[in-house]
Design a protein around this ligand. Structure first.
Ligand SMILES: Nc1ncnc2c1ncn2[C@@H]1O[C@H](COP(=O)(O)OP(=O)(O)OP(=O)(O)O)[C@@H](O)[C@H]1O
Length: 227
Protein backbone atom coordinates (compact mmCIF):
# COMPACT_ATOMS: atom_id res chain seq x y z
CA UNK A 1 0.00 0.00 0.00
CA UNK A 2 1.21 3.50 -0.79
CA UNK A 3 -1.72 5.79 -0.07
CA UNK A 4 -5.08 5.52 1.66
CA UNK A 5 -7.49 8.44 1.48
CA UNK A 6 -10.33 8.24 4.01
CA UNK A 7 -13.46 10.41 4.27
CA UNK A 8 -11.62 13.39 2.86
CA UNK A 9 -13.49 16.68 2.97
CA UNK A 10 -12.57 20.19 1.95
CA UNK A 11 -14.56 23.37 2.46
CA UNK A 12 -12.96 26.66 1.47
CA UNK A 13 -13.66 29.55 3.78
CA UNK A 14 -13.36 32.87 2.00
CA UNK A 15 -12.42 35.27 4.78
CA UNK A 16 -12.30 38.30 2.50
CA UNK A 17 -15.99 37.68 1.69
CA UNK A 18 -17.46 37.50 5.16
CA UNK A 19 -16.34 33.87 5.63
CA UNK A 20 -18.50 32.50 2.81
CA UNK A 21 -18.04 28.73 2.56
CA UNK A 22 -17.37 27.00 -0.77
CA UNK A 23 -17.47 23.21 -0.92
CA UNK A 24 -14.36 21.84 -2.63
CA UNK A 25 -15.12 18.11 -2.41
CA UNK A 26 -16.52 15.71 0.13
CA UNK A 27 -16.23 12.12 1.31
CA UNK A 28 -13.37 11.03 -0.94
CA UNK A 29 -12.16 7.47 -0.33
CA UNK A 30 -9.58 5.49 -2.26
CA UNK A 31 -6.53 3.28 -1.89
CA UNK A 32 -3.45 3.22 -4.05
CA UNK A 33 -0.80 0.52 -4.23
CA UNK A 34 2.81 0.87 -5.39
CA UNK A 35 2.94 1.03 -9.18
CA UNK A 36 -0.75 1.82 -9.48
CA UNK A 37 -2.26 4.74 -11.41
CA UNK A 38 -5.52 6.24 -10.23
CA UNK A 39 -7.30 8.90 -12.29
CA UNK A 40 -9.66 11.47 -10.83
CA UNK A 41 -12.50 12.02 -13.27
CA UNK A 42 -15.64 14.14 -13.21
CA UNK A 43 -17.21 17.42 -14.30
CA UNK A 44 -15.53 20.81 -14.10
CA UNK A 45 -15.64 22.12 -10.55
CA UNK A 46 -16.06 18.64 -9.03
CA UNK A 47 -12.87 19.09 -7.03
CA UNK A 48 -10.20 17.17 -8.97
CA UNK A 49 -7.41 19.77 -8.79
CA UNK A 50 -8.31 20.59 -5.21
CA UNK A 51 -7.94 16.93 -4.22
CA UNK A 52 -4.51 16.79 -5.82
CA UNK A 53 -3.45 19.98 -4.04
CA UNK A 54 -4.76 18.60 -0.76
CA UNK A 55 -2.74 15.39 -1.25
CA UNK A 56 0.35 17.58 -1.70
CA UNK A 57 -0.77 19.75 1.27
CA UNK A 58 -0.84 22.91 -0.81
CA UNK A 59 -4.38 22.95 0.62
CA UNK A 60 -5.16 21.92 4.15
CA UNK A 61 -7.78 19.29 4.85
CA UNK A 62 -11.09 20.15 6.51
CA UNK A 63 -11.58 16.57 7.74
CA UNK A 64 -10.45 13.06 6.92
CA UNK A 65 -7.12 11.26 6.52
CA UNK A 66 -4.43 10.95 3.85
CA UNK A 67 -2.31 8.05 5.03
CA UNK A 68 0.99 7.79 3.21
CA UNK A 69 2.81 4.48 3.70
CA UNK A 70 6.58 4.78 3.59
CA UNK A 71 8.78 1.85 2.49
CA UNK A 72 10.07 1.43 6.05
CA UNK A 73 6.53 0.70 7.28
CA UNK A 74 5.79 4.05 8.94
CA UNK A 75 2.55 5.78 8.08
CA UNK A 76 2.25 9.55 7.78
CA UNK A 77 -1.11 11.30 7.75
CA UNK A 78 -0.49 14.10 5.24
CA UNK A 79 -3.68 15.78 6.43
CA UNK A 80 -2.33 16.15 9.95
CA UNK A 81 1.49 16.16 10.20
CA UNK A 82 3.38 19.37 10.79
CA UNK A 83 4.91 21.53 8.10
CA UNK A 84 8.51 20.34 8.58
CA UNK A 85 7.44 16.73 7.99
CA UNK A 86 5.61 17.83 4.83
CA UNK A 87 8.71 19.55 3.47
CA UNK A 88 10.70 16.37 4.07
CA UNK A 89 8.01 14.29 2.39
CA UNK A 90 8.02 16.58 -0.66
CA UNK A 91 11.79 16.39 -0.89
CA UNK A 92 12.00 12.63 -0.61
CA UNK A 93 8.72 10.93 -1.39
CA UNK A 94 5.98 12.92 -3.11
CA UNK A 95 6.19 14.83 -6.40
CA UNK A 96 3.65 17.15 -7.97
CA UNK A 97 3.52 18.05 -11.65
CA UNK A 98 1.31 21.09 -12.14
CA UNK A 99 -0.14 22.10 -15.48
CA UNK A 100 2.25 24.99 -15.84
CA UNK A 101 5.97 25.34 -15.55
CA UNK A 102 7.04 27.50 -12.62
CA UNK A 103 10.72 28.33 -12.82
CA UNK A 104 13.20 31.09 -12.17
CA UNK A 105 14.26 33.29 -15.07
CA UNK A 106 17.57 32.68 -16.86
CA UNK A 107 17.78 28.98 -15.98
CA UNK A 108 18.15 26.85 -19.11
CA UNK A 109 15.87 23.93 -20.00
CA UNK A 110 18.70 21.44 -19.42
CA UNK A 111 19.44 22.94 -16.01
CA UNK A 112 15.77 22.95 -14.98
CA UNK A 113 15.59 19.22 -15.67
CA UNK A 114 19.09 18.14 -14.59
CA UNK A 115 18.80 19.89 -11.21
CA UNK A 116 16.31 17.24 -10.14
CA UNK A 117 18.94 14.52 -10.60
CA UNK A 118 21.72 16.61 -9.05
CA UNK A 119 19.51 17.07 -5.96
CA UNK A 120 19.33 13.28 -5.73
CA UNK A 121 23.12 13.05 -5.68
CA UNK A 122 23.80 12.31 -9.36
CA UNK A 123 26.91 13.90 -10.91
CA UNK A 124 26.54 17.09 -12.93
CA UNK A 125 27.76 15.46 -16.12
CA UNK A 126 25.47 12.43 -16.00
CA UNK A 127 22.53 14.59 -14.89
CA UNK A 128 22.95 16.91 -17.88
CA UNK A 129 23.29 13.97 -20.26
CA UNK A 130 20.13 12.31 -18.94
CA UNK A 131 18.26 15.63 -19.01
CA UNK A 132 19.18 16.12 -22.67
CA UNK A 133 18.02 12.60 -23.51
CA UNK A 134 14.70 13.21 -21.77
CA UNK A 135 14.17 16.57 -23.51
CA UNK A 136 15.03 15.00 -26.86
CA UNK A 137 12.61 12.12 -26.20
CA UNK A 138 9.88 14.68 -25.50
CA UNK A 139 10.63 16.42 -28.82
CA UNK A 140 12.34 19.53 -27.49
CA UNK A 141 14.70 20.73 -30.23
CA UNK A 142 18.39 20.74 -29.35
CA UNK A 143 18.74 24.44 -30.17
CA UNK A 144 16.40 25.18 -27.26
CA UNK A 145 18.28 23.17 -24.63
CA UNK A 146 20.41 26.05 -23.36
CA UNK A 147 17.66 28.66 -23.41
CA UNK A 148 15.21 29.57 -20.67
CA UNK A 149 11.88 27.73 -21.12
CA UNK A 150 10.09 30.99 -20.23
CA UNK A 151 10.11 31.90 -23.93
CA UNK A 152 9.04 28.44 -25.11
CA UNK A 153 5.60 27.67 -26.57
CA UNK A 154 2.87 26.41 -24.20
CA UNK A 155 3.34 22.79 -25.30
CA UNK A 156 7.13 23.01 -25.09
CA UNK A 157 6.90 24.45 -21.58
CA UNK A 158 4.61 21.63 -20.57
CA UNK A 159 7.03 19.03 -21.92
CA UNK A 160 9.92 20.61 -19.99
CA UNK A 161 7.68 20.56 -16.94
CA UNK A 162 6.99 16.86 -17.40
CA UNK A 163 10.66 16.11 -18.01
CA UNK A 164 11.41 17.92 -14.74
CA UNK A 165 8.64 16.06 -12.93
CA UNK A 166 9.55 12.54 -14.01
CA UNK A 167 13.33 12.45 -14.49
CA UNK A 168 14.01 11.70 -10.83
CA UNK A 169 10.75 10.08 -9.78
CA UNK A 170 9.68 9.92 -6.17
CA UNK A 171 7.43 7.21 -4.72
CA UNK A 172 4.15 9.06 -5.27
CA UNK A 173 3.57 11.36 -8.20
CA UNK A 174 0.60 13.73 -8.50
CA UNK A 175 -0.14 14.80 -12.09
CA UNK A 176 -2.51 17.64 -12.95
CA UNK A 177 -3.31 17.26 -16.66
CA UNK A 178 0.15 16.22 -17.78
CA UNK A 179 -0.91 15.95 -21.44
CA UNK A 180 -3.25 18.97 -21.65
CA UNK A 181 -1.56 20.93 -24.44
CA UNK A 182 0.36 18.14 -26.15
CA UNK A 183 -0.14 16.68 -29.61
CA UNK A 184 -0.86 12.99 -30.09
CA UNK A 185 2.77 11.92 -30.61
CA UNK A 186 3.98 13.64 -27.45
CA UNK A 187 0.96 12.50 -25.45
CA UNK A 188 1.88 8.91 -26.29
CA UNK A 189 5.53 9.55 -25.38
CA UNK A 190 4.55 10.97 -22.01
CA UNK A 191 2.25 8.01 -21.39
CA UNK A 192 5.10 5.61 -22.29
CA UNK A 193 7.34 7.30 -19.71
CA UNK A 194 4.60 7.13 -17.08
CA UNK A 195 4.20 3.41 -17.80
CA UNK A 196 7.93 2.93 -17.14
CA UNK A 197 7.52 4.72 -13.81
CA UNK A 198 4.67 2.38 -12.92
CA UNK A 199 6.94 -0.57 -13.58
CA UNK A 200 9.45 0.93 -11.17
CA UNK A 201 6.73 0.98 -8.52
CA UNK A 202 5.87 4.67 -8.60
CA UNK A 203 2.25 5.21 -7.51
CA UNK A 204 0.42 8.01 -9.32
CA UNK A 205 -2.75 10.06 -9.03
CA UNK A 206 -3.62 11.97 -12.19
CA UNK A 207 -6.20 14.16 -13.87
CA UNK A 208 -6.79 13.94 -17.63
CA UNK A 209 -9.25 15.68 -19.89
CA UNK A 210 -8.12 13.50 -22.78
CA UNK A 211 -10.03 10.27 -22.10
CA UNK A 212 -7.98 8.27 -24.58
CA UNK A 213 -4.77 9.20 -22.73
CA UNK A 214 -6.45 8.44 -19.41
CA UNK A 215 -7.43 4.94 -20.53
CA UNK A 216 -3.92 4.15 -21.77
CA UNK A 217 -2.40 4.52 -18.31
CA UNK A 218 -5.13 4.23 -15.69
CA UNK A 219 -5.68 1.22 -13.43
CA UNK A 220 -8.54 2.74 -11.41
CA UNK A 221 -10.88 5.62 -12.13
CA UNK A 222 -12.27 7.57 -9.19
CA UNK A 223 -15.49 9.16 -10.39
CA UNK A 224 -16.46 12.51 -8.83
CA UNK A 225 -19.76 14.31 -8.90
CA UNK A 226 -20.20 18.02 -8.48
CA UNK A 227 -20.82 18.64 -4.77
N1 LIG B 1 -8.39 28.28 -3.43
C1 LIG B 1 -9.71 28.19 -3.53
N2 LIG B 1 -10.53 29.04 -2.87
C2 LIG B 1 -11.86 28.94 -2.95
N3 LIG B 1 -12.51 28.01 -3.68
C3 LIG B 1 -11.77 27.14 -4.36
C4 LIG B 1 -10.33 27.18 -4.34
N4 LIG B 1 -9.86 26.18 -5.11
C5 LIG B 1 -10.94 25.55 -5.62
N5 LIG B 1 -12.09 26.12 -5.17
C6 LIG B 1 -13.46 25.69 -5.47
O1 LIG B 1 -13.55 24.29 -5.32
C7 LIG B 1 -14.35 23.71 -6.33
C8 LIG B 1 -13.56 22.62 -7.03
O2 LIG B 1 -12.54 23.21 -7.84
P1 LIG B 1 -11.43 22.37 -8.62
O3 LIG B 1 -10.53 23.32 -9.31
O4 LIG B 1 -10.83 21.41 -7.67
O5 LIG B 1 -12.32 21.57 -9.68
P2 LIG B 1 -11.87 20.63 -10.89
O6 LIG B 1 -12.69 19.39 -10.79
O7 LIG B 1 -10.40 20.47 -10.89
O8 LIG B 1 -12.34 21.51 -12.13
P3 LIG B 1 -11.78 21.64 -13.64
O9 LIG B 1 -12.03 20.32 -14.30
O10 LIG B 1 -12.60 22.72 -14.21
O11 LIG B 1 -10.31 21.99 -13.55
C9 LIG B 1 -14.77 24.85 -7.26
O12 LIG B 1 -16.10 25.20 -6.96
C10 LIG B 1 -13.80 25.97 -6.93
O13 LIG B 1 -14.41 27.22 -7.07
Amino acid sequence: MRLEVKNLDKTFKIYTRGSIEVKGFNNINFKLKKGEFLSLHGPSGAGKSSILKTLYRTYTTTSGNINYYKDDGTVIDIAKVDESEILKLRKEEVGYVSQFLQILPRVSAVDVVSQQLILKGESQEISRQKAKEMLDYLSIREELFDLSPLTFSGGEQQRVNIAKGIIAPKSLLLLDEPTASLDKKNTIRVIEKLKQLKQKGVAMVGIFHDLEAMEMITDKIYELKRV
